[in-house]
Design a protein around this ligand. Structure first.
Ligand SMILES: Cc1cc2nc3c(=O)[nH]c(=O)nc-3n(C[C@H](O)[C@H](O)[C@H](O)COP(=O)(O)O)c2cc1C
Length: 207
C-alpha cells in the first residue's frame, strides 16, 4: 500500500528549525512515498467551537477546515511538526487537534475508524538543552494517538532558538536520517501494559 505522509507545519514563522528538521527526516523517505506539506499558518482555522452536545456536525467542504479534513483522511501517516511552545504544542497545531473532536462526531466520516491503525509522528524544535522539558508535547501526541487507536512513531527533537540553529544539532540530524524508518507500535496510554488489549478496543471514556 502506498504511504501518504501529511506534514503539518505548526510554527508561527516560516523556515524555522522544526520545518528544517522535518525536511531532513522527509528526505530519507522512499521515493514512492507521497508527501504533502501544509503550513497551518497559511490555512488558519477559526477558533474551535465545541458543538459536540448541541447539534450535528456538518462535514466541512471548504476553507481551511475542509482542506485539512480531506488531507487528514487521505494520509496514512500524519506528521505534526510543531515547535515547542510553553513546553507543549503550538496553538495552530493544538487548534487542528481540537478540530478532530468535531470530526469525531461528524456523521458519515467514521473519523476514528479511518485513522485507527494509521501512524502519528512528531517533530519539534526547542531552545532548552534538556529534552525532557518536551515531555508534555510528546505525551499529548502519544495519548492522542492512543485515543484514536493509531500507531505512534515518536517525536524527533532538535535544539535551536533562531532559524537555522537546528542544523548545528548533529544528534538531531543523525536522528532525522532514520526517524521514519523506525517501527511505529500501536500507541498506548501510560496506564496500559504492553500485554493488554490494544487501546482501540479498550473502554476509553466517551467525551
Ligand atoms: C511562543 C514561544 C514559546 C516558546 N516556548 C518554549 C519552551 O517552552 N521551551 C523551549 O525550550 N523553547 C521555547 N521556545 C523557543 C522555540 O521552541 C525555539 O525557538 C524553536 O527553535 C522554534 O522553532 P521554529 O524555528 O520551528 O519556529 C518558544 C518560542 C516561542 C515563540
Amino acid at each position: 500500500m502506498t504511504r501518504h505522509y501529511l506534514f503539518l507545519l505548526g510554527s508561527s514563522r516560516p523556515d524555522g528549525n522544526t520545518e528544517l528538521l522535518a525536511r531532513r527526516a522527509a528526505e530519507q523517505l522512499p521515493t514512492d512515498v507521497e508527501q504533502r506539506w501544509i503550513d497551518l499558518a497559511e490555512h488558519p482555522l477559526p477558533d474551535f467551537e465545541d458543538l459536540r452536545h448541541d447539534s450535528d456536525h456538518v462535514r466541512p467542504t471548504e476553507g481551511s477546515a475542509g482542506l485539512l479534513l480531506d488531507a487528514t483522511l487521505a494520509a496514512t501517516d500524519i506528521v505534526i511538526a510543531s515547535p515547542l511552545y510553553w513546553y507543549s504544542l503550538s496553538a495552530p497545531v493544538k487548534r487542528y487537534l481540537d478540530y478532530w473532536s468535531g470530526w469525531l462526531r461528524t456523521p458519515g466520516l467514521d473519523f476514528k475508524a479511518t485513522l485507527a491503525g494509521r501512524t502519528l509522528w512528531g517533530v519539534t524544535a526547542l531552545a532548552h538543552q534538556e529534552q525532557e522539558v518536551a515531555d508534555p508535547l510528546i505525551g499529548s501526541l502519544s495519548n492522542s494517538a492512543a485515543y484514536m487507536g493509531m500507531r505512534f512513531g515518536g517525536v524527533l527533537l532538535g535544539n535551536g532558538s533562531k532559524p537555522g540553529d537546528v542544523l548545528k544539532d548533529t544528534e538531531a540530524l543523525a536522528g532525522a536520517k532514520t526517524f521514519f524508518a523506525q517501527e511505529a507500535p500501536l500507541a498506548r496510554f501510560p496506564y496500559e501494559q504492553t500485554d493488554t488489549v490494544p487501546s482501540d478496543v479498550m473502554p476509553v471514556p466517551t467525551r
